[in-house]
Design a protein. Structure first.
Length: 308
């Protein structure tokens, strides 16, 4: 009998499970598939946005969008078109119910476990296709899958029980090459992200203006310390680099943001005599806020032409 057995919602960047269906099947095959679920969750950010893993009598399908992946386990003879329609329905409901800020800042597993109610209802509908009350555009889905079929992950690619040894996803049929990290798209900008970007530009501009004033003072008074000029311009560079890290995806992005924030703190410590406490607090707080927004805005787990 072809049917959907279980489903789960996972955050792409770290594999944190956000919600899952309640399953009671404790068979050996199901236990093995749960291991595959965990192994796949650790590598979602490195995989294409639509994949299938065939494991004997079971298939694991998943789609990823906006930093969240929707995974499902079904029998091997369950129609692929219905499987991805099911995942697409989960995705639309989850995006409607929970905003990106909540999913990005979630810290404990299964914090959206109440979504299981929708998963169970949808699973029952798709396991009894004759009772489906809504019209699904299967023709569009069939065309989409035909033009851009799911990437097929083999069991041998899973490597050891600790995770993947290597998954060759560089070539993905229907999309060409999967972008490397430096060219990967980031998640959509949020309002707090825009605020942090503007404030970082403001701090950079303030440092730049004070730097030019320090140069003027240096030219007029030979006893002035040139190191203050360097500190102001280093602060400007650090603020602008934070803006760059927020907009573009680069290697070691999070580490760079923390180092940049450290440089901002050091510059303001050195400029302690030229700024009051409120000015120091403002610059350091903006630097910390920008670092947080860079950390929260992670690469998307999907390709640019994803439209399932």
């Amino acid at each position: 009998m072809s049917m959907i057995l279980s489903a789960s919602v996972v955050r792409v960047r770290d594999g944190l499970p956000l919600s899952a269906s309640t399953d009671y099947d404790q068979s050996t095959g199901m236990q093995e598939c749960r291991k595959y679920f965990k192994m796949l969750s650790k590598k979602l950010s490195q995989l294409p946005d639509r994949c299938t893993l065939k494991t004997g009598q079971y298939n694991i399908n998943f789609i990823s969008s906006l930093g969240v992946s929707y995974m499902m386990l079904c029998t091997e003879n369950y129609p692929s078109v219905l499987a991805f329609c099911f995942l697409d329905e989960l995705q639309k409901e989850f995006i409607t119910t929970y905003n990106m800020m909540k999913t990005n800042t979630a810290i404990r597993p299964y914090c959206f476990i109440e979504f299981d109610n929708f998963i169970q209802r949808t699973k029952q509908r798709y396991n009894n296709t004759r009772s489906l009350s809504t019209k699904m555009n299967l023709a569009d889905m069939q065309t989409e899958i035909k033009l851009r079929p799911p990437y097929q992950i083999s069991v041998s690619e899973l490597g050891s029980a600790n995770g993947f040894s290597h998954v060759p996803v560089g070539e993905y049929k229907g999309t060409g090459k999967i972008s490397a990290a430096p060219h990967q798209r980031l998640e959509p900008v949020t309002l707090p992200g825009i605020v942090s970007f503007v404030l970082s530009l403001l701090c950079g501009a303030l440092n730049l203006i004070r730097g030019f004033h320090a140069i003027e003072s240096l030219l007029q008074n030979e006893g002035e310390d040139f190191s203050y000029v360097i500190a102001f311009f280093l602060g400007t560079a650090a603020c602008l680099y934070q803006c760059y890290l927020f907009v573009y995806c680069t290697g070691w992005r999070n580490a760079k943001s923390f180092l940049t924030f450290g440089l901002i703190c050091l510059c303001n410590m050195y400029l302690y005599e030229l700024r009051n406490l409120w000015q120091l607090f403002f610059h350091v707080t903006v630097g910390a806020f920008s670092t947080l927004q860079i950390r929260l805005r992670q690469p998307q787990g999907k390709s640019p032409d994803y439209n399932v």
